[in-house]
Design a protein around this ligand. Structure first.
Ligand code: CO
Length: 208
């Protein structure tokens, strides 16, 4: 991608926005009030706002390799806290995607240096669901299922936080697990049954 072209695109984008609303950028200076926190993969094919048809101001976004919410990652945890406590978002979406390079790397045996501790979080997801995953014959299907289970576990990681538990006891807030299908462009709601999952583990993770 040509860097000069990016600045030309930006000029065109400004002109386009001002054509429909002369105060478009003035309004953006008033602040943000997004109702949605989106946690997705850094993968360049999975563009957060574009695939949801969302504009500036609508979605608070956090992206990292394989859409993770590790319990000891200050970056992800800060985003979750800020979104819940201060932006008071109503929805938290963890969106994975099929053909995720991060998830694929976690299924293979290779030393990737600094990436190892990050990807180990996904290996831990595999270990938690080893029985189900090992029973899937086709490697490709197992890979897709690990993408989905990783989304599920990252949603659970959000629910493990005190900020989420406190907000949940006070107001309407929902966690959603989604997958983006690179093949079709479709956004798929995994319809994760959190009540069923949490029934067995909440006694361990309840903080408030
Ligand atoms: Co990815």
């Amino acid at each position: 991608m040509n860097i000069k072209q990016i600045f030309r695109n930006n000029e065109e984008w400004i002109a386009e926005k001002l054509k429909t609303d002369a105060d478009y950028f003035k309004k953006l200076t008033y602040g943000q009030n997004p109702e949605v926190l989106y946690i997705g993969c850094s993968d360049s094919r999975v563009t957060a706002e574009e695939l949801m048809g969302a504009g500036p101001g609508e979605v608070f976004v956090h992206r990292n390799i394989a859409n993770m919410v590790p319990n000891n990652d200050l970056n992800a945890q800060t985003v979750v806290t800020y979104a819940i406590k201060y932006l008071k978002v109503k929805h938290i979406i963890v969106c994975g995607h099929y053909h995720c390079g991060g998830v694929k790397a976690a299924m293979e045996s290779s030393d990737l240096g600094l990436l190892n501790p990050w990807l180990r979080n996904i290996r831990d997801v595999y270990r938690l669901h080893k029985e189900e995953l090992d029973s899937i014959e086709e490697e490709h299907d197992r890979y897709d299922r690990l993408v989905e289970l990783n989304v599920q576990e990252q949603c659970v990681n959000v629910i493990k936080t005190a900020d989420y538990q406190k907000a949940y006891s006070e107001r309407a807030i929902t966690v959603h697990g989604w997958v983006f299908d690179v093949h079709s462009g479709k956004l798929i709601d995994l319809k994760i049954d959190f009540d069923d999952i949490l029934k067995h583990i909440m006694e361990i993770y309840r903080l408030i």
